[in-house]
Design a protein around this ligand. Structure first.
Ligand code: NAD
Length: 373
């Protein structure tokens, strides 16, 4: 089979779906690998490194010609895939709910679109999960960016000139990104606390040496829904949470928000009035800024100052660590394809559980049940 990798076209996208390391691995499976000129440049992977690995470097048109598998970070537009084989597999992040039109185009052209963000959250698919690999890096980068905007130090320092107090960091939402944010803030020497709606996170917070801050005594709450994701909370819970957050964030220097609910806008966790209670010079990093924002007034890729507090959030946090984000993303794709590689067929043959979860289009139709109706 011929694997094709294009340079990313989306604004600000610095990642690449293949690294020289994974190119070698795909070649070892018996595939041929072609990658567009300078596709890895923004992620610090030079054409030369791909060539040494054994990949072909060519123009987009040449790369795509007769491709059986096309890999991208963000899905390419269907027009770009002119010349790929009928029924070619396209692996990428498809954003299918907001780009339904693109899914339809892939179906119409007979491609088999595989949305990597639909990877099921089961143990055996962990190594294939691009949301986790990218969120982990995003959680780390959020803390570094916040630290960079903060006009004070993170660790306590006892110097000849006097003592510098440790920064107080509060992490809201303790999924993959939040856990890494806690760990990173701890490593930098901050005093860390964290909260989530899923009670299972309490122990995880403690195991990282941070303090759990939880809404207590609200009847009938269990914030965990299907697949380990959060659900939307009751009015009563939200009120109790708002009160708890108000009293807590007034004492914080840095807040990192990561809360998401699948298929819904991000929950609003911090209001403008709450920001006003924070000390001037405090920093809030909103990792959910693109999904609607956990923080009132945050704007993607801008530092907004409200009541002396800086609000920060990137449109695409993982792109700020493009080399590692690409390396992990690319390994996710390799782990996915190689797990299903059929030696006799010389190509991947997917099982139902994982194949049906990620496949968006096949045989000219939209086939994913999450896109039904
Ligand atoms: P996510 O990105 O969907 O959400 C981030 C966090 O925000 C979650 O912990 C969520 O509970 C929290 N949240 C939502 N609403 C909130 C609110 N109002 N207030 C405070 N917090 C709120 O989550 P995620 O990072 O994708 O991870 C969710 C869970 O899935 C984790 O337990 C993770 O370990 C698990 N997971 C399992 C696998 C696997 O087994 N393959 C892969 C990835 C994640």
């Amino acid at each position: 089979v011929r694997i094709a990798v294009l340079k990313e076209r989306a604004d600000g996208e610095t990642r690449v779906a293949l690294t020289p390391e994974t190119a070698r691995k795909f070649l070892a499976l018996g595939a041929t690998v072609a990658i567009e000129t300078e596709a890895g440049r923004a992620a610090s992977y030079a054409d030369e490194a791909y060539r040494e690995a054994g990949a072909e470097i060519a123009s987009a048109t040449e790369v795509v010609k007769n491709a059986d598998i096309v890999m991208g970070v963000q899905a390419p537009e269907a027009d770009l895939l002119e010349g790929a084989r009928q029924g070619a597999l396209v692996l990428a992040i498809f954003d299918p709910f907001s780009r339904r039109d693109r899914v339809e185009q892939f179906a119409a052209r007979g491609f088999e679109a595989m949305a990597m963000e639909f990877m099921p959250r089961i143990t055996r698919a962990q190594s294939m999960d691009v949301l986790s690999s990218q969120s982990n890096l995003a959680g780390y980068k959020a803390v570094l960016s916040a630290a960079n905007e903060y006009g004070r130090a993170f660790p306590m320092m006892m110097t000849a000139a006097g003592t510098v107090q440790a920064a107080k960091v509060f992490v809201m939402g303790v999924g993959v990104a939040g856990l890494q944010a806690i760990a990173t803030a701890k490593r930098l020497g901050a005093q860390v606390s964290a909260t989530d709606v899923r009670s299972a996170t309490r122990e995880q917070i403690q195991s990282l040496g941070a303090k759990p801050i939880f809404v207590e005594n609200v009847a009938g709450i269990e914030g965990e829904g299907s697949g380990g994701y959060a659900t939307e909370m009751s009015e009563e819970y939200r009120k109790a949470q708002a009160e708890l957050v108000s009293s807590h964030i007034a004492k914080q220097d840095i807040v990192i928000t990561t809360a998401l609910i699948p298929g819904k806008p991000a929950p609003r966790l911090i209001s403008d009035a709450q920001i006003a209670t924070m000390k001037p010079g405090s920093v809030i990093f909103d990792l959910a800024v693109v999904q609607g924002g956990n923080v009132e007034g945050s704007v993607p890729d801008q530092t907004v100052t409200k009541h002396g507090v800086k609000l920060v959030g990137y449109a695409n946090t993982a792109t700020h660590l493009a080399a590692d984000a690409s390396a992990l993303y690319s390994r996710n794709l390799y782990n996915f394809l190689s797990a299903f590689w059929d030696k006799d067929a010389g190509k991947p043959v997917f099982d139902e559980e994982i194949g049906n979860a990620v496949r968006l289009t096949q045989g000219g139709k939209v086939v994913n049940e999450r896109l039904a109706g």
